[in-house]
Each structure stands twice: as C-alpha cells, then as structure tokens.
Ligand binder design. Structure first.
Ligand code: SF4
Ligand code: SF4
Length: 786
C-alpha cells in the first residue's frame, strides 16, 4: 500500500519514518569520556532497564511493521544500539533478531544494522550476524594514540587491540558480508595523517567521521584558540581522500561534494528527520545526539505500548526538523551553502535561551570544510590516474589498475618510468663511488642532446642488475670487474643518437657489449681497451691491430664478430631475444649460451606466435606486454625440468623462458612472468606486504609454506593465468575441456591464496586494497575473446 500522506518535508502531514534505533542494552563495557550517552547533560539512562525485554522488542517490531504497512514502506532500517548491544549476549541477541525478522520480514525489507564498540565481538556473534543479515559498524577513532585518548575501559585500559581484533574478524571472508564500516569521532588533537591511514587500514566498506557533540553552551575544544580546527582537520583528510582516489565512501564528504550523495547523514544537509529511537524500556525518543543539549532533550513522553510510530513522529521536536531550510535560523537561511550544510546537526545548534534557532556551533568549521571541498574538487583528480603522489607512492588509481591483473598502458608507462628513475639513481651512486670519467661526461652530454637515445639504453633490462651487483660492497670488483658499463652505455647511446664522438670501451670476455645493439667479439688479450668511434652511419672499433666497422645500414654486410641483437617482429614494440649480454645471468638458474642463427630464428618465430596468442586469449594482457616487455632471455635446457620460466626483480622489461616450441605454452609463460615483473616494479614503489619475516602461508602450488610476498607474487601471476585458461575454455575447440580444468585449478589456487593473504594480517593498507581488488577481479565476469 502506498503512503497517502504526501511526501515528508513538504509541510504536509506525512509522518513516515524509515530508521529506527533500538537501544537493546543501556550500559556499556567501555567508559569513553566523549560518550554522549553517559558523559553529557542527559542522564536518563540511569533510570532505564539494562536490557530491552522481549515484550518491548515485540511491541517495537509490531509498531514498525504497522508503520511500514500504513506508509507502504519498501524498506525499514533498524539499528541495534546501546550502550553496548553486544552486552546482550549471543543467546538473547538471537531471540531479539528472531523476533524482529518474524515481525518484519513478511511485510517489508528489513535492513538490520548494529553499532558496537567491538570489544565483545567474537565468531559466535559474527556467525549470528551473518545468519540474520546484520551489518555491523564498529567505533574506532583512528590509530592507537587517537583511540586511547577517549575509548578506554573504566580502569583506564586501552580497548584498541580488542577493537582491531573485532575488525580483523569482520574482514574474514566468511564474515565480510556483515562488515558495515567504521565510526570515528573526531578529536583535533589527533593527527589526521595518522588517523586516516589507520582507518583505511581496516578496509572498512564505509567510514563515518563524527564531530564531537557540542552546543553553544558547551562548545567543542578549540586548541590554541584556532578559528576552524575541525574544518581544517577534516579538510586535511578530505584532500588525502581525494588524492587517494576516494578509496572508501566517507559519508560526510560524499554528502558535501557538489551533486554528492543527498541524505544518509544527519550531520549535514536539509533532508527531513527520518529517525526515531526506542529505549530499552520502550519509550520513543528523538535522535541520541540531542542528549548533549540538556537533560531529557531527546524525550517524547511516548512509548511503543501506547503510541504508534506516527504519534512519535508527530512530536514537535521531530516535526520541527521536517521543514527543510524554512525551519532553520535566519543566519542559516541566508547562508550561501545552506543547501549543503543544512545548519549542521540539529543538536549542535542548541543554545540556552534560543533553543535550536541558531547556526551550528561548528558553523565556521562546516563553512571551511565546504570551501575546501569546492577548492579541491574530487573530479579534477580523475586525471591523476597512474601518477605517483608527491611522496613517490603510487596513486590509488595505479594500484587499482594493476590489481585488475593486467594494467593499462598508462600504468605500464609509469612502472617503466619509475624503473628508469631507479636505474638513474643507481647510476649516480656508481658515479659517486667510481668517480667521473670521460665516458660518464659523454653519457651526461648525450642525455642533454639526445635524451631519447640515452633513455633507450638505460631501459635495457640488464643495466640495473649490473649496477646492483657492482654497488654491493661484497661484490665490487667481482669476476666481471667494473667500470665497463658506463663506456658501453655511452657508446650505445652515441650510436643510437648518430653523433660523431669517441669513447674507450674495455673489452670484457673477448667482446664489447653495446646494450640494445649487439655484441662485437674481439679476439684480444684480457684487459685491452677498444676505441669506439661513432658517426652518422655506424661505428668503428679499433684495438691493437684489429679494426672493425659496423654500419647501421642493414644492407651492408656486418664485419667478423659483430652479432646484432635479435629483434623479434611481434607486430608493434621492439622486442629482442637477449642471448649475449653477460648480465642476463641474473635469474638464479642457468641461461642458455648464445644461440646460433637457426636457433635464434626459431626462437623468434615461436615468440612472435606466442605474442599473438596472448593478444588472442587475453587482449588486455597483450597490451600490457606491448607496453613494457622488451626482452626474452633463453634459459638453458634441462631434460629434468623442460618447462621453466623466471623473472629477476632488478631486470624490469625482461623475462626468461626455456626453449619450448609450442607458442600456446610460451604464451602462458610470458603472461605469468610479466605479472611477476609488473608486481616487482610496483613493490619498488610501495610496500604491499608488512616486513614480517616469520609469517609463512601454505599455498596449493608448492609443498612449502611461503612468505607473504611470495604468496602475493604467486597469486598475482595465477590471476592472469586463470584468465588465459578461462579464455581458452570459452573457445570452442578440442582443447576446451582441458583448459576448463586448468582454469578451475588456477582459480582455486588464486582465490585461496588471496583469501589467505587477506586473513593473514601481513598486508599493509595499500596491500590490503590491492589484494582486495585482485579478489574482485577474480570474481568479475571475464572477457570472452572475440
Ligand atoms: S563505547 Fe559507545 S556507548 Fe560505550 S562508552 Fe564508548 S561511546 Fe559510550
Ligand atoms: S551552520 Fe553556518 S555554514 Fe551551516 S548553513 Fe548555517 S550559517 Fe551556513
């Protein structure tokens, strides 16, 4: 039946209410000194029963059902509140939930919620809440220091660890559906830069930031006499939230954004009051926040046994808040932001003498926050995707994009750029350690004159492994010696830039290696140095009596000993088979010796076909390969383990695989290893895993439990491999049944590993968001190849 009273808030007579707060227990196991129930003017709790008796529950449920039917409500929201509702105990809570569902489920959609301090939350409660569909909000004021400031036991002991335990419980996969969010009461003495990440770290589905209750007669503390400390404090978190890409709904901010969520909070806005409270004795009350105003301020003198919801909603205090802007004080009515602020929370307007006919005691703070929102619009940061924050951390957009498994070209561009920055930093460290040389000066000069050429050689995947190895004091001066990299880089960049110059390049193991270009064998004694002269057409190398000229014109036959890098035509980017650079031996397993021409040709054909297979099966991963994979290193064959692949953390842009003739198999290896490379680069930017060396997590794909980072690496690779097999399973063909089996196996492995990571407590805040997004990506409908 539809409501016939007309819409609320229009001056009509409709008394429709959809939110009911049930005070199911009037006492609390904490003794927070900012509590509006116990620590403010209203002390009516002292005369009330501790628990809501079953007959009160049933009477309240009957009133709500009657109201829902009369007004044709599609949904009612019932919030179990206190004091502390969990003090009811599991058995009594079950009775209460059973009564509510029995009365309301047949008539209306019942949205059941609870607000708790979390101290008593345990698996038995969580099982019950999942069974009855109760969404649980937990109060947490931020990091430990912030939470301990107020939220303590009567003996002064901290509740922080117990609250975090409760939140960890709600994050478990089996209980996550009951996790509603976090309620945080603001204290401007707390550090917003500590509070915000502490709240995010709990991965709440929603955050509510609550201004401490205050009135004009009992104004909020303003340390140092600051004019707008609450506006400033909230504004700081708002800006971080926007910069992070708004990773979680924050109700206050969502409500204040232009065109943002209307309603949903009484703290701001002009929506009519839509909430009544039922105390443990069955009395109807107005919103709890009024208790801060004066003793009995929330009372109505009505109860569920003698009065309907409509009668409670007809109380002048509730009616007064149904009239929108017209019922506000003159100052608010004239305020340019009244449509968004709405005079703030009703209780915060109270002043002895004028009652509620005042702006909010937080007026200046609310105005400041709204100004901040307008000056720092959320939308302008939509273009910040895949750009690092000022502190070098990746943006939330980058994390979110890569967490889908593939990552777009912009994300890959950023990863490549940051890897290049790391290489440059290491190169500078090498210069500081080894001193400037002519070759260094040439490289620096070329960096100014031909930056593209220098960038191309510095992006060679094996520059960084060389630098890492030689900057390690235990390896300095090792078997490969040192000092040959910078001349080789300068020479390669000069050749690429086609400039005329000369550089001395040490001969190493009978050759000089020009990164990205090739290798020139020079049968000379160890320790010799070649003079390499570059020109527009190529370069000439002289050492002793040897003289070799290499032309950049492919029509000119190469000299003896020159072996250009094998470039593979994959249809877009320049990808090479790297079988010559000695630094490719960085995979912890033997690499193949240099290939002869037929073998190199065969490798190239297989690789090109595998590349096309990746594009066919998983186009997004194909685009990710295009955007960043530049070299494939052949691994040595081993009959005992013919199918192997590897990635080296310092060799971004390259993967290593064994020589497998089947492009379908090579495609899977490429996708798998490129995932490791991308995640490794992301881990260079951000800690996704807490450094907890003792943690080990069992995984399905190996017999030995793995450290969290290893599990994350495996899960990230398998996330992509699952996509490949799903795609092949979707294709009609003889291989579909086997592909389906593979897809199911990889899906189960990945899902189990992700869930284990999420439950491990070993992830950092961004790590939890990253892995949570991986979980979503795993369950999202996959793209069937066309
Ligand atoms: S947990 Fe909530 S009800 Fe209990 S004392 Fe703290 S603020 Fe008050
Ligand atoms: S409380 Fe202040 S900012 Fe809000 S509407 Fe009233 S005058 Fe405007």
């Amino acid at each position: 039946m539809a409501c016939r009273c007309g819409p609320p808030g229009t001056g009509g007579s409709c008394r429709r209410i959809t939110q009911f707060v049930l005070k199911v227990h009037s006492r609390c196991d904490l003794s927070c000194d900012h509590c509006y129930v116990y620590q403010h003017a209203d002390q009516t709790w002292r005369g009330r029963p501790r628990e809501m008796a079953p007959e009160v529950v049933r009477a309240a449920a009957g009133r709500i059902a009657e109201h829902a039917a009369a007004h044709g409500l599609p949904v009612v929201h019932v919030v179990l509140h206190g004091g502390e509702p969990l003090l009811l105990g599991v058995a009594r809570m079950r009775e209460l939930l059973t009564d509510l569902r029995a009365a309301l489920d047949p008539l209306v959609t019942l949205d059941l919620r609870m607000q708790t301090n979390g101290v008593l939350l345990d698996p038995a409660f969580c099982d019950l809440f999942v069974e009855f569909g109760v969404k649980v909000g937990v109060s947490l004021d931020g990091d430990r220091a912030a939470n301990d400031r107020h939220r303590r036991f009567a003996n002064g002991a901290s509740s922080h660890h117990l609250v975090r335990r409760a939140l960890a419980l709600l994050r478990r996969p089996g209980y996550r559906s009951s996790y509603a969010g976090i309620l945080c009461t603001v204290d401007v003495r707390n550090d917003p830069d500590a509070v915000y990440p502490a709240l995010l770290a709990e991965r709440p589905p929603r955050i509510d930031l609550l201004l401490p209750h205050a009135t004009w007669d009992s104004p909020p503390p303003r340390p140092g006499g600051a004019a707008t400390p609450y506006g400033d404090w909230l504004g700081r978190i708002y800006r971080r939230w926007v910069d992070d890409g708004r990773p979680v709904p924050i109700r206050l901010f969502d409500a204040l954004l232009p065109g943002g969520t209307v309603g949903g909070t009484e703290a701001v806005g002009t929506a009519p009051a839509d909430l009544v409270v039922i105390e443990t004795d069955g009395t109807w009350e107005q919103a709890d926040s009024l208790k801060v105003a004066y003793h009995g301020a929330a009372g109505t003198g009505l109860d569920v046994f003698g009065h309907s919801v409509d009668e409670a909603a007809g109380h002048p205090g509730i009616v007064a808040r149904q009239g929108g802007v017209g019922t506000l004080c003159a100052t608010c009515r004239a305020c340019p932001v009244v449509d968004r602020c709405g005079g703030g929370l009703y209780a915060h307007r109270h002043r002895a003498g004028t009652g509620f006919d005042n702006p909010s005691v937080y007026c200046a703070d609310l105005r400041k926050l709204i100004d901040t929102v307008d000056a720092y619009p959320a939308r302008r940061h939509g273009s910040r995707s895949a750009r690092p924050d000022a502190d070098g951390a990746p943006s939330a957009e980058l994390l979110a994009e890569l967490a889908t498994g593939h990552g777009g070209s912009e994300a890959l561009r950023l990863l490549a750029a940051t890897q290049l920055s790391i290489t440059r930093a290491l190169l500078a460290a090498w210069r500081d350690a080894a001193g400037r040389t002519d070759a260094w000066d040439l490289l620096a000069d070329l960096d100014a004159r031909a930056p593209g050429a220098v960038r191309a050689v510095l992006r060679h995947p094996f520059v960084r492994p060389w630098l890492v190895r030689h900057l390690d004091p235990s390896a300095r001066g090792g078997p490969a010696g040192g000092g040959d990299l910078v001349p080789a880089l300068a020479a390669a960049a000069a050749v690429r830039a086609r400039v005329e110059t000369e550089v001395a390049v040490p001969v190493r193991a009978g050759a000089i290696m020009l990164p990205t270009l090739g290798r020139l064998s020079l049968p000379v004694s160890a320790g010799e140095t070649a003079v390499l002269r570059t020109s527009r057409d190529g370069f000439r190398v002289r050492v002793g009596t040897l003289d070799r000229a290499v032309s950049l014109d492919p029509a000119v036959p190469p000299p003896a000993g020159w072996r250009p890098t094998h470039v593979v035509p994959v249809g877009g980017p320049e990808v090479v088979i790297e079988d010559a650079d000695p630094e490719r031996d960085c995979y912890g397993q033997p690499v193949a010796p240099r290939l002869d021409e037929p073998a190199a040709g065969s490798w190239g054909r297989t690789l090109a076909r595998a590349w096309r297979v990746v594009h066919r099966d998983v186009p997004a991963h194909g685009a990710a390969l295009d955007a960043g994979l530049r070299a494939v290193v052949p691994l040595a064959s081993d009959p005992a383990s013919p199918l192997r692949s590897a990635t080296a953390r310092h060799a971004f842009g390259a993967v290593a695989v064994t020589g497998v003739p089947d492009p379908e198999t090579v495609a899977v290896l490429l996708v798998h290893e490129w995932q490791h490379a991308k995640l490794g680069a992301l881990l260079d930017l951000h800690d996704l895993v807490d450094p907890a060396p003792s943690t080990r997590i069992p995984v399905a794909w190996r017999p030995d439990p793995r450290p969290p980072e290893g599990v994350l690496q495996g899960a990230y690779a398998h996330l992509a491999v699952t996509e490949v097999w799903r795609s092949r399973a979707d294709a009609d063909g003889p291989g579909a049944p086997a592909a389906r089996e593979h897809a199911e196996r990889y899906l189960a492995w990945t899902r189990d590993a992700i869930d284990a990571l999420l439950a491990s407590g070993a992830l950092t805040d961004p790590g939890e968001r990253f892995v949570g997004r991986m979980r979503q990506a795993l369950e999202e409908p996959h793209v069937v190849r066309g």
